[in-house]
Design a binder for this molecule. Structure first.
Ligand SMILES: *Cc1c(COP(=O)(O)O)cnc(C)c1O
Length: 340
């Protein structure tokens, strides 16, 4: 392990890592580009996906600060909130989830991730999109409410995306570097590590890891909400805070951040037919199941970009499967229309 990784903050071991990296042979043949999959959907079963890596560090910090409750936020079907609720329960912490929905008086049914949130005993507070836009105020309100009840809350930002959570993906990049050596695919710099970007922490961590460990890859994120400008700023902010806090001897400029915009489609968590068709096709071809909100959109972006220009990502892509399986069930009706 290189010098840069000596200052790793405390971590709870709740993710099943190291996750496998393997080649998708049939897809690679079809696209004419080597496609590898980093199986971060296998970081657990109920506790699966990319958020678990971040929560290892965030929950360790919460525990170190004496917290008994974590507060976080997300969309109604948030994978991050589900992972937080379950991981918190595993550590003996309570959780409060601020979940966004059009009309809090009529919240969505307890299916998919919401069902699991409830199973984990999370306290769900339904909030409007307007309240969500001011989520920092809403966090403070919940914080005071819990403190008045004698509790010690700890706030985890949207997606667990801050300097602490990003450590999870610094270490994931270290795994990828080892994987590449093991698979003997480190001989040139023609490799792109591609993942979905929803709050920025994953892309920030991968980029920080690449720089700290000097890994010869391009890091690319596909935004599934907002736009390129938003994420360049957000990721830059997370990286700056990280570099300042941990003094890792690197810096990240806005120009280092590569976001592929143009694939939000109908909007966050809204699926177009072609995206679902791509998910369905991959499941048939490779037995790999993506989610509609994040990995499905990033995958659709990847195949669309490659079909336009085979060289766009270089010789190979390492696609990070960041999980999200439970998000598939709420779109079952839409998917079913494709089965004929
Ligand atoms: C949250 C999430 C992402 C996005 O990661 P960020 O770190 O929030 O950018 C990607 N895929 C899945 C399945 C997620 O749940």
């Amino acid at each position: 392990m290189v010098q840069n990784l000596l200052n790793i903050p405390p971590r709870l071991e709740i993710a099943r890592t190291k996750t496998p990296l393997h080649k998708l042979e049939r897809l690679s043949d079809k696209l004419g580009v080597e496609i590898y999959l980093k199986r971060d959907d296998l970081t657990g079963s109920e506790l699966s996906g990319n958020k678990v890596r971040k929560l290892e560090f965030l929950l360790a910090d919460a525990k170190a600060k004496g917290a008994d409750t974590v507060i976080t936020c997300g969309g109604a079907q948030s994978n991050h909130c589900r992972a937080t609720a379950l991981a918190a329960a595993r550590c003996g912490l309570k959780s409060v989830l601020l979940l966004r929905t059009a009309n809090p008086k009529h919240p969505p049914e307890a299916e998919g991730n919401i069902l699991l949130d409830k199973m984990a005993g999370a306290e769900i507070v339904w909030i409007t999109p307007e309240e969500y836009a001011n989520r920092f105020d809403r966090f403070e309100q919940e914080n005071s409410r819990l403190q008045q009840l004698g509790r010690t809350p700890y706030i985890i930002p949207e997606g667990g995306s801050n300097h602490i959570g990003s450590w999870g993906y610094v270490l994931a990049m270290e795994e990828i570097a080892t994987d590449m050596k093991d698979l003997k695919i480190d001989e040139n710099q023609d490799t792109t590590v591609l993942s979905a970007t929803g709050s920025g922490g994953t892309t920030a961590g991968l980029l920080l890891g690449k720089k700290m460990l000097d890994v010869d890859v391009n890091v690319v994120g596909v935004n599934v909400c907002d736009n390129e400008e938003y994420f360049v700023n957000e990721i830059h902010r997370i990286c700056e805070k990280f570099c300042l806090t941990y003094q890792v001897g690197i810096s990240v400029a806005k120009d280092d951040i590569c976001i592929i915009d143009g694939y939000v489609g109908d909007g966050y968590a809204l699926s177009r037919k072609e995206e679902l068709q791509a998910i369905y096709d991959l499941a048939k071809l490779e037995g790999i199941v993506l989610d509609p909100v994040y990995t499905g959109k990033a995958y659709y972006a990847m195949i669309s970009e490659i079909s336009r220009n085979k060289q766009v990502f270089g010789k190979r892509v390492i696609f990070v499967h960041t999980g999200g399986l439970f998000g598939l069930f709420p779109v079952a009706d839409q998917l079913t229309t494709l089965f004929k």
